[in-house]
Design a protein around this ligand. Structure first.
Ligand SMILES: Cc1cc2nc3c(=O)[nH]c(=O)nc-3n(C[C@H](O)[C@H](O)[C@H](O)COP(=O)(O)OP(=O)(O)OC[C@H]3O[C@@H](n4cnc5c(N)ncnc54)[C@H](O)[C@@H]3O)c2cc1C
Length: 330
């Protein structure tokens, strides 16, 4: 079993396989701790699922219970949530996850996947070091620019480009979201982690210029922007022995862009498929259905009509909007 990528998807899959007594090797081209551009937001659904999968895993986070929603820069709702959202620093979180995997006896190699070949029913991976490895299963957990995915589908869509910067930490310790009819399926966010506020923006046409414009509108200083893609595919290339999980598979949420939950979820699907011999497509069936529903909901939510309805509900039935936001995260 070879898992390419030691992010949340790869390490979770490795840990779950270890629990099922399946030997595997995780490789990553980066030396850990490594940075990952990400808001680091774990809503209750995400951290509850994580503790169900890996009860032994301990990690650091900032606890946030306040969520402020604005539309066109005007605040429409200020929610105090019952359950906290956890904001992690990915550099730290991913290193802690890899450490847990290694301490559980998981094998790790710092190397990069360069090429994939198939011969006589086996998958052969060539690494940057020149090493060649043949394996029964190859799990592509290599993120947004996945080489494994390109092998299965050379013309895959890159998804949405998101830019973010680290701003000074505000005393409010609140998550802020702004929606606007001028954004093309996307939103502005500010997520407070333990050290700073991560301010980000992304939609279908994000550019440095549009990011700066949004920052100005939100009254944020223009600091050092960093960008990354969130792939959101609708094709999910499937292969008997090569499985794509997490961002490599394009599973991030269409509405919220949240991808860490889907990294855990698809990692658990891959571990189940590998350990039981069931086809990955079959294990993932309900997830595929959920993705298609999300796609439709996101298209409507971010349309002019969708935002109009949201604005109307914020005025007339804020309790309903509050309920929807809480449902969305739990
Ligand atoms: C700006 C931004 C903000 C986001 N905010 C949130 C958020 O608040 N909440 C949330 O849930 N999600 C968020 N996401 C999405 C989230 O970051 C991803 O969904 C998540 O990181 C996916 O995890 P992964 O393990 O699939 O991939 P990754 O975390 O990207 O890990 C992939 C790993 O593969 C390694 N790798 C790549 N290529 C190779 C190779 N050829 N050989 C060996 N190793 C390789 C990389 O070094 C990396 O360590 C955000 C994304 C972006 C871009």
């Amino acid at each position: 079993m070879l898992i390419v990528g030691a992010g949340p998807a790869g390490c979770t899959c490795g840990l779950l396989l270890l629990k099922k007594k399946v030997e595997c090797l995780v490789i990553d081209q980066a030396e850990f701790p490594r940075d990952k551009i990400c808001g680091g937001g774990l809503p209750p659904r995400s951290y509850r699922f994580l503790s169900q999968l890996l009860p032994e895993f301990r990690y650091d986070y900032n606890n946030v219970k306040r969520l402020k929603l604005s539309i066109e820069g005007r605040e429409v709702i200020d929610i105090q949530m019952k359950e906290e959202l956890r904001i992690v620093k990915r550099r730290q979180f991913d290193a802690q996850l890899l450490e847990t995997y290694q301490k559980s006896g998981g094998a790790f190699l710092n190397d990069s996947l360069m090429d994939i070949e198939e011969k006589d029913g086996e998958v052969i991976a060539t690494l940057k070091s020149g090493r060649q490895m043949s394996c029964d299963y190859l799990v592509g957990a290599d993120g947004a620019n996945s080489r494994v995915r390109k092998y299965l589908n050379p013309h895959c869509d890159r998804g949405s480009f998101i830019l973010e910067q680290y701003g000074p930490k505000s005393p409010e310790n609140a998550i802020q979201i702004n929606l606007s009819a001028s954004y093309q399926i996307g939103y502005y966010y500010s997520f407070p982690n333990a050290a700073c506020d991560v301010q980000g923006f992304g939609d279908k046409n994000t550019t440095l210029q549009s990011f700066r414009q949004v920052l100005r509108e939100m009254g944020c200083p223009d600091l050092k922007p960093m960008g990354a893609y969130i792939p959101q595919s609708t094709d999910y290339p499937l292969h008997e022995r090569i499985l794509l999980i997490g961002d490599a598979g394009g599973y991030a949420n269409r509405l919220t862009f949240e991808g860490i939950y889907y990294a855990f979820l698809t990692a658990s699907h891959a571990a189940e498929a590998i350990s039981t011999g069931r086809p990955f497509a079959e294990v993932c069936r309900r997830t595929f259905v959920r993705k298609r529903t999300e796609e439709r909901v996101a298209r409507f939510f971010y349309s002019k009509t969708g935002l109009g309805i949201l604005r109307f509900l914020c005025r007339t039935s804020p309790w309903l909007v509050r309920w929807c936001f809480i449902r969305l995260t739990t």
